[in-house]
Design a protein around this ligand. Sequence first.
Ligand SMILES: O=C(CO)COP(=O)(O)O
Length: 304
Amino acid sequence: MEMVAASCPQFTGLRPTLHNARSQPFAQHFNSQLRPSSSRKPCRPVVAMAGSGKFFVGGNWKCNGTKDSITKLVADLNSAKLESDVDVVVSPPFVYLDLVSSSLTDRIEVSAQNSWIGKGGAFTGEISVEQLKDIGCKWVILGHSERRHIIGENDQFIGKKAAYALNEGLGVIACIGELLEEREAGKTFDVCFQQLKAFADVVPSWDNMVIAYEPVWAIGTGKVATPQQAQEVHVAVRDWLKKNVSEEVASKTRIIYGGSVNGSNCGELAKQEDIDGFLVGGASLKGPEFATIVNSVTAKKVAA
Ligand SMILES: O=C(CO)COP(=O)(O)O
């Protein structure tokens, strides 16, 4: 890490220098359920490394797996050799969270794929932040494009979920990214900035936030963004944070890339200065390949 700190600005804090409103009334209704900001508890850091600039790799298992396949995946992860200077998180489906959380090595933290917007109660089918913490979850993925575009969550609803989770002490992996037609219309930055702003408007702190840039056209398609395409957006996101939040948040917040990352393309992506890790879908279901992606931090060190 020392060699990296000496030569790579992104590990020193001296960095050079992207909806669907299915039901606005639904989101508005729950706005009123949130406590006013003045009565919120200050954000409790759950993970000491958040904001440290450490490489971050998350595995989003989405709606995949069975008890048998997940038990095997956990065994593979438990025996994998992982570079030490990487934050590693896996995100199983809700029903397997407890199983994973109780059988996975402490080396890897566990994340949920969603959380309720406020305190639990009469919300059929939802899972509260309090319940996630109860079973050892440290993180939650919010704003994933599948929830934005398939389930219909809008920017404000997602922002409020993030604010609630952060206030209650969970780390948030906040996803942003453009659709193919938005990219082709030259709106990539506009879309990402609008999604970012919805987070920035409400979150109490960026200390436990990781931003995942996931171009929707690259998710599950095998069509990975080129390292240059990803780097270009990561730089723009960092610049937006610098101008609209603070220089410190811009330099400390990890911006990770997601979209068809695999064991073969991770090295070239990791070398990009502003790519601070990955959010991996399909390839995270294979323990050895996921380990290769985690260990792509070595490519970053060499590049630095
Ligand atoms: O959506 C993703 C991670 O959240 C990326 O999925 P894939 O890696 O399967 O493209």
